[in-house]
Design a protein around this ligand. Structure first.
Ligand code: ADP
Length: 218
């Protein structure tokens, strides 16, 4: 399949990180995760990390000017010229408008997932503290408890995945990010992909999304 420019849209816990990390290598494009860029900065304790720490820990969005600048820089890199999968960007209408000026998006995959599934997933999520691979104690278990299959790093519950913060992140999503569904539907780019069963394995969803993309961009 040719390289294309994709946005994965969906609430926290909709599976967008899990699916897009698998889809990007199949298409041969980078998987760009603004959350990972911010987490790396936080870990490094650099200037960006200090700026974003408070917002992230509280489950609030990092201000648009900071986020847009990060993405602008990332899109200048050589590997992002022909295509990418965006995961966690854009998250506001201003970010989407800024992105329209930076790149011509081919498709927006909107993951439609019921709230009860989202909450069950988020509260069972474990993330590798080294390489950020996501596991799940319900259906995407690591081979060895608490250890990353990919790199052997320790698996942790992210600070923003404690129950109160999860609830707040969902509110932030509904208020600030959900309007992007109409924004992209109006521009004709949106494809809805439903997932209403907690037990559907990630690979099945990935196949479903890949078939849709192949049908459009073969
Ligand atoms: P999730 O999709 O599970 O909510 P992410 O890893 O995408 O988590 O993001 C974690 C945090 O990083 C967000 O809660 C927010 O504070 C910050 N962040 C990531 N992407 C953006 C963005 N596009 N705009 C503003 N803040 C962002």
């Amino acid at each position: 399949m040719r390289q294309i420019k994709i946005i994965m849209l969906g609430a926290p816990g909709s599976g967008k990180g899990t699916y897009s990390s698998r889809i990007a290598p199949k298409i041969g494009v980078p998987h760009i995760v603004t959350g990972d860029i911010f987490r790396a900065a936080l870990k490094a304790g650099n200037e960006l990390g200090k700026k974003v720490e408070g917002y992230m820990k509280a489950g609030n969005l990092v201000p648009d000017d900071i986020t847009i600048e990060i993405v602008n820089q990332r899109l200048k890199e050589a590997d992002a010229q022909q295509g990418f999968v965006f995961d966690g960007y854009p998250r506001t209408i201003s970010q989407a408008e800024a992105l329209d000026k930076m790149a011509k998006i081919d498709v927006v995959v909107n993951l439609v997932v019921p709230t009860d599934i989202i909450i069950a997933r988020l509260s069972s999520r474990r993330t590798c503290s080294k390489c950020s691979t996501i596991f799940n104690t319900l259906f995407l278990k690591p081979k060895k408890e608490g250890v990353c299959d990919k790199c052997g790093g320790p698996l942790i519950v992210r600070e923003d995945e404690k129950p109160d913060v999860i609830k707040h992140r969902l509110e932030v999503y509904n208020k600030q990010t959900a309007p992007l569904i109409d924004y992209y539907r109006n521009s004709g780019l949106l494809v809805d992909v439903e997932c209403n069963d907690l037990n559907i394995p990630p690979e099945v969803m990935v196949d479903k999304i890949m078939k849709i993309l192949q049908g459009k961009f073969g």
